[in-house]
Design a protein. Structure first.
Length: 115
């Protein structure tokens, strides 16, 4: 199983970015998929998740600003990030939940939000 994340970059506060994560080697549509992030000196946190039937959940810090979606035909999950803040700066990872844990992880994509 491979997850390839992309779309990170440098953006000014208030701007937007769209992250993508393409999966291969797995029947993507059957699994919950999530986006995590890890800022320097902080623990990795779940930002948003989406189940196989499209139910979503968000961290309180991003609710209303970020939107997770998936295209099962393309084995891809997206994270639309609007109204970005400097505190959103982190490496963002996509992951797939199987059985009882987040078993598969992408390599991470860096998002930097300047003030």
């Amino acid at each position: 199983v491979q997850l390839q994340a992309s779309g990170g970059g440098l953006v000014q506060a208030g701007g937007s970015l769209r992250l993508s994560c393409a999966a291969s080697g797995i029947t993507f549509s059957r699994n919950t998929v999530g986006w995590f992030r890890q800022a320097p000196g902080k623990q990795r946190e779940l930002v948003a998740g989406i189940t196989s039937i499209g139910i979503t959940n968000y961290a309180d810090s991003v609710r209303g600003r970020f939107t997770i979606s998936r295209d099962n035909a393309k084995n891809t999950v997206f994270l639309q990030m609007n109204s970005l803040k400097p505190e959103d700066t982190a490496v963002y990872y996509c992951a797939i939940y199987t059985l009882q844990d987040w078993d598969y992880w992408g390599q991470g994509t860096l998002v930097t939000v300047s003030s």
